[in-house]
Design a protein around this ligand. Structure first.
Ligand SMILES: Nc1ncnc2c1ncn2[C@@H]1O[C@H](COP(=O)(O)OP(=O)(O)OP(=O)(O)O)[C@@H](O)[C@H]1O
Length: 376
């Protein structure tokens, strides 16, 4: 019944993430990492098309990352998600060249990282990239303030300058008062805040997160996810975030890249991935996700029916259905949905309820469970 309006040019949830004509902050093209003795003899031969297991059986080599390409816009939060062994950690290490790629290029702010010589790479790592790891990587004998200032020290900043910047970052991550503490005097969540402050201190072009919250207990983990959202709102940095946790990916990502066996299965906004899973692997991943929490009005909007009022309140297409529901249900007239200035259509009580009711256990398998707007 309802028409689905899918807009491939849809921008992310974060204001700074608008994909525009500017150069991507990060561009990855045809990136491969094959482990094994004959790794460099596989690309360009028919063997490159073999599945991971077949390649391993035939050559003894393991394709951890296989022909991966994507672009990240300035200010975007880009999440790489996949099960254990899918190649996420290898991928993020390739992006910073902690591991050398077998093939492909990585460009950060227009500069090809894969071609950089040793000295230039070191310089790029100090100035343009920062990493936040699961194991924090803090220096145990240094106080919080000196851990945060570490990257600036390595870069040769004067002491007053680096301490002033470090203090600013300590305050930003909510650790004011703990500057003089040592890492082992802090909880796991607080230590990870130090890791965040340290990464932000160098004002990098891209921040890489490799499963940073996996070791934290669920409540702290949620706090830290909120913290990343808040920090992103404040500093607008480009972020590449690795996780195996779908909820985390949906919460943080403007877009999500889903990996399996080293390959890209799907790249899309949380709503795109939930509404249109690329295959059964992704469908299985997203099957438990409450759709109203992720789908936006873009996915339920429909053309107005003959005689239907076009005087109702106006809402933007990127508003999540759950957040829009109250206003839609309170309005006697259908809500008009716009993308910027462009009129996309209308949404009424029934359109919203169809998404919400489909999540109710009683509706599963029943008529109410029909996919909203036929989007799935
Ligand atoms: N140095 C290495 N030598 C050989 N194989 C490796 C090496 N590093 C990783 N691999 C293999 O590459 C594949 C991808 O590993 P990777 O650690 O990148 O996956 P992941 O998605 O990050 O998994 P996890 O979440 O468990 O860390 C795995 O099969 C792994 O065993």
């Amino acid at each position: 019944m309802s028409a689905t309006v899918l807009d491939p040019t849809a921008t992310g949830r974060h204001a700074a993430a608008g994909r525009d004509s500017r150069e991507p902050a990060l561009k990855v093209e045809g990136l491969w990492k094959i482990f094994g003795a004959k790794a460099d003899r596989i690309i360009g031969t028919p063997d490159e098309h073999l599945g991971r297991k077949e390649l391993q059986a035939k050559t003894g080599c393991l394709a951890a990352v296989k022909d991966v390409s994507f672009e990240v816009a300035p200010g975007e939060v880009f999440v790489v998600m996949g099960l254990s062994g899918s190649g996420k950690s290898t991928l993020v290490r390739l992006l910073t060249r902690l591991i050398e790629p077998t093939a492909g290029t990585v460009t950060i702010d227009g500069e090809d990282v894969t071609r950089a010589g040793r000295a230039r790479l070191r310089q790029m790592r100090r100035n343009h990239m920062a990493m936040v790891f699961q194991q924090f990587g803090l220096l145990p004998h240094r106080k919080v303030i000196d851990n945060v200032a570490y990257g600036l020290e390595v870069r040769g900043e004067s002491k007053p300058k680096r301490l002033a910047r470090a203090q600013e970052m300590v305050d930003l991550v909510g650790l004011s008062g703990y500057e003089g503490s040592f890492p082992d005097q802090l909880s796991g969540g607080m230590q990870q805040r130090v890791g965040l402050a340290r990464a932000l201190a160098v004002d990098p072009q891209v921040l890489f997160f490799d499963e940073p919250f996996s070791a934290l207990d669920p409540l702290i983990r949620r706090d830290m996810q909120n913290e990343v959202c808040r920090l992103h709102e404040e500093v607008g940095k480009t972020m590449v975030f690795i996780t195996h946790d779908l909820q985390e990916a949906l919460k943080l990502g403007d877009r999500i890249l889903i990996m399996r066996d080293g390959e890209v299965v799907q790249i899309g906004t949380p709503a795109e991935v939930v509404a249109n899973p690329a295959d059964d692997y992704v469908r299985d991943f997203v099957s438990d996700v409450p759709r109203s929490h992720v789908l936006t009005l873009r996915y339920v909007v429909r053309p107005p029916r003959a005689g239907e009022s076009l005087e109702g309140p106006v809402m933007q297409a990127d508003c999540v259905v759950r957040d829009a529901a109250r206003q839609v249900l309170a309005s006697a007239l259908p809500v008009r949905v716009f993308e910027g200035e462009r009129f996309l259509g209308v949404v009424d009580d029934e359109d919203v309820l169809r998404v919400v009711v489909a999540e109710e256990p009683a509706a599963l398998g029943g008529a109410g469970a029909a996919s909203p707007g036929g989007a799935a």
